[in-house]
Design a protein around this ligand. Structure first.
Ligand code: CU
Length: 171
């Protein structure tokens, strides 16, 4: 785990060795850790996760996504409602405030890949396109991870929003 954190922290500057795709910088945006959760045969939906940092001075929004393996993709949120976890689409997209990092992870915001044509298998790389309000279309690669590995994103230590802190922890 420590090694993985170090790799993540360093991945902006070095070729990543771990299972994560290269960070992608587009204008003021940096998109990192794009992973998708593996699905089982017959499962029609899958989740995509990442961190998005907005280094600009204006609010950005992730408004949609497209992928050849998914008939339809939406930006979703999970939240507690009357003690029940509920999932809903974000019709206006996910806000990425200026100067902030937003994490999409299991149990929270996610890209919902629907109408899957075939299962997403751990170890695969799947190309998709994210659509931002200002930056437009951005091509990214989702590394498919096992359900267990994907859930590790919920570990606080995997919070990519504070790279400095994560690096210190790993040292
Ligand atoms: Cu969803």
């Amino acid at each position: 785990m420590k090694k993985l954190l170090k790799t993540l922290s360093a991945s902006l500057f070095f070729f990543p060795i771990g299972a994560y795709a290269d960070p992608i910088a587009v204008g003021d945006l940096v998109i990192e850790g794009t992973i998708a959760r593996a699905t089982v045969p017959g499962q029609k939906v899958g989740g995509g996760y990442m961190t998005i940092t907005n280094n600009g001075s204006e609010t950005e929004r992730l408004v949609g996504a497209m992928a050849s393996f998914s008939g339809k993709a939406e930006i979703h949120q999970m939240k507690m409602e009357n003690e029940v976890m509920k999932m809903s689409a974000l019709p206006e997209g996910l806000e990425i405030p200026a100067g902030e990092t937003v994490t999409l992870k299991p149990g929270g915001y996610h890209v919902m890949f629907m109408k899957l044509g075939e299962p997403l298998k751990a170890g695969e790389e799947r190309n998709a396109t994210l659509v931002f309000e200002k930056a437009g279309k951005v091509n990214v690669t989702f590394n498919v991870m096992s359900i267990e590995d994907t859930m590790k994103m919920n570990d606080d230590k995997m919070d990519h929003s504070s790279h400095g802190a994560a690096k210190k922890e790993g040292e």
